[in-house]
Design a protein around this ligand. Structure first.
Ligand code: FES
Length: 596
């Protein structure tokens, strides 16, 4: 018998015919839930509260591991472990959904070359008559003086009617010698959409291709996250069937289309005016948005299907745009070094001078490049999602209620800044870094990364394990030894990547002229704390530059300039990829990196 699930506080109601897993039901309702482990029951992030139901949902042993007896008593369950079979009202706690995350779309100010691939031309043709039987398309080629002009069948089908309805006048949109659209009226300025497809967020920038100006921008959560936070979890899901792989592709394209609609509306324009796209992302995202086979990315030696730049038609990828719009997908370098890394390095002027520079984009996989001695060498290190709040008991994304900064006094007393100024419900990456760095600085964390038990501000949990309280009240936010271990593992992976690059190019930290830090976490973290916990080498603060979403900046530079595309492709060829896991003594570098 049909039953209804009501999701609150969103007020969404959906009918189902048969019993359904609550995580799948949320996905069907279009809700992007935290599902770090992809529904395996191991991350404990997909918490729901069943507030009304005719059925009984006895907690499973897995749920008892992740939720306190009080929570279980109050109806809290894990969505992926719960099958709903009758009418139910389900409350989604803020930490379980992704909609309110802070989305970073801005990047640092940048210089741009304006040579777009797209141009438009108004033409007025002689009307066809019995003494002049030249075809419509030949008439256009003659008018613009390009005998090599090419056109797709889709665009060609529109031309006869447009010419005849508009007194043989037409406005042509051209990409090089391709006619991509014809209209009866002048299009204000063709638009470009630059997109950085990140594993957790998709940043879209709407660009006026005549002035090069960014008209508007928006970040949206990557809906793939409902199938696992970790790229490997998503690859595993996609490998189960072609249908699953198609789902991840379509979700990404739907999110881009919806965001494009919204930002076009804001700019008083239409998606039909979008003539060109530049899509960048890590190699897995690149393969997902192009709907390329991903099996080889999921298993060693992690080889991409393609590394060259690609120019598919927007229609082929189901992107909403003008009929003949195209996509530029810049080259990727390796299985874990994608076009977002290239876009970051290009935007940050790597390869343009002889300085010794380190470029770091911190994420679940952290990509690091070292420019020194006339070379640029890049690595990717599996730093894990600790700085995105995953695998941390009270970890969450940067959303209202997250502790974003922590100050710990000599007496162990804390002061916190909470996003939205409300009661703290969790802690995000920048807060986690602050907390661990200051625990270390105040001597509350020893050199082996253990919480010092004999300090009175370090408490014991119900199992006798040490914990540090960050915010008090009835629902305190705490940091456990296990949380700290996760942070040290993450920073250890990043530091090992940096140290191996320095070892490979035979340089010491004092030779580094500049460290460029990109990405959302990089923008909110305090670099002195990254130095404090040994994540990055100890170099003068003035030599550390935080550049925000540099991959988005690179994509914007490439959408307005064919010259920028060529330069980025040359930079990609100049980058040398170094595989960390086969580097001699990798495990020693990693063990050294983990030390607090
Ligand atoms: S525990 Fe449910 S998605 Fe991870």
């Amino acid at each position: 018998m049909a039953f209804t699930i009501e999701f609150q506080p969103l007020g969404l109601r959906l009918q189902f015919e048969t019993a359904i897993n609550a995580l799948d039901a949320a996905r069907q309702a279009g809700i992007h839930m935290m599902a770090v482990c992809g529904g395996e029951g191991t991350c404990g992030k997909c918490v729901i509260q069943i507030v009304e139901s005719q059925s009984h949902y006895p907690p499973s042993p897995t749920e008892a591991e992740h939720l306190s007896p009080e929570q279980l008593q109050s109806g809290f369950r894990l969505a992926c472990m719960t099958t709903i079979e009758s009418d139910a009202k389900i409350y989604l706690p803020p930490a379980s959904i992704l909609e309110d995350q802070i989305m970073q779309t801005e990047g640092d100010g940048y210089q741009q070359d304006l040579r777009p691939a797209i141009s438009q031309k108004m033409i007025a043709l002689e009307k066809a008559h019995l003494d002049d039987l030249v075809s419509d398309f030949s008439r256009i080629k003659n008018a613009i003086g390009d005998p090599k002009l090419e056109v797709s069948l889709d665009v060609l089908r529109e031309i006869p009617a447009i010419l005849r309805q508009n007194g043989w006048k037409a406005n042509l949109i051209l990409r090089g010698n391709h006619l991509i659209h014809a209209t009866g009226k002048f299009v204000s300025a063709p638009l470009g959409l630059a997109v950085d497809v990140g594993s957790t967020k998709i940043a879209c920038y709407l660009i006026d291709l005549e002035s090069g100006k960014t008209l508007t921008a928006k970040g949206t959560p990557n809906p793939q996250i409902a199938f696992g936070e970790d790229i490997m979890a998503r690859l595993a899901f996609a490998m189960q069937s072609q249908e699953n792989a198609n789902t991840l592709h379509s979700l990404t394209m739907d999110a881009i289309n919806q965001t494009a609609e919204e930002i076009c509306r804001r700019a008083n324009r239409s998606v039909e005016d979008i003539a060109d796209f530049c899509l960048v992302g890590n190699t897995a995202m690149h393969h997902f948005f192009l709907n390329l086979p991903i099996a080889s990315l999921a298993v060693s030696p992690f080889v991409p299907a393609v590394t060259e730049p690609l120019y598919p038609a927007a229609r082929e990828l189901h992107l909403s745009a003008m009929p003949g719009a195209g996509v530029y997908a810049p080259p990727v370098k390796a299985g874990f070094i994608g076009s977002d890394h290239l876009a970051f390095l290009y935007a940050a002027d790597f390869g343009k001078d002889q300085r010794t520079r380190l470029g770091i984009d911190i994420g679940t996989n952290t990509e690091i490049a070292l420019q020194a001695k006339g070379k640029i060498v890049s690595v990717s290190t599996a730093s894990g999602p600790a700085f995105e709040g995953a695998h941390i008991a009270f970890g969450m994304r940067a959303a209202p209620g997250a502790i974003e900064h922590v100050r710990i006094g000599d007496d162990g007393k804390t002061e916190i800044d909470v996003i939205g100024g409300q009661q703290a419900v969790g802690i995000c990456g920048s807060g986690i870094l602050d907390a661990v760095a200051q625990l270390r600085a105040r001597g509350l964390l020893n050199q082996r990364g253990r919480l010092v038990r004999d300090r009175e501000c370090v408490y014991q949990d119900a199992h006798g394990k040490p914990i540090f309280t960050l915010s008090g009240g009835t629902a305190p936010v705490t940091l456990s030894q296990q949380d700290i271990d996760q942070v040290l593992l993450a920073k250890g992976a990043i530091r090992a990547g940096i140290d191996i690059l320095m070892d490979y190019l035979r340089i010491t930290p004092d030779a580094i002229d500049e460290v460029v830090i990109a990405g959302a976490f990089g923008s909110y973290m305090l670099p002195q704390h990254a130095i404090g916990i040994g994540m990055i080498p100890n170099i003068p603060m003035d030599n550390i530059k935080v550049v925000g979403n540099a991959a988005g900046v690179g994509a914007r530079m490439m959408i307005v300039s064919t010259q920028a595309r060529r330069e980025a492709e040359m930079l990609s060829e100049a980058i040398e990829y170094l595989e960390l896991t086969v580097y001699p003594e990798f495990s020693i570098f990693y063990a050294n990196g983990i030390r607090a």
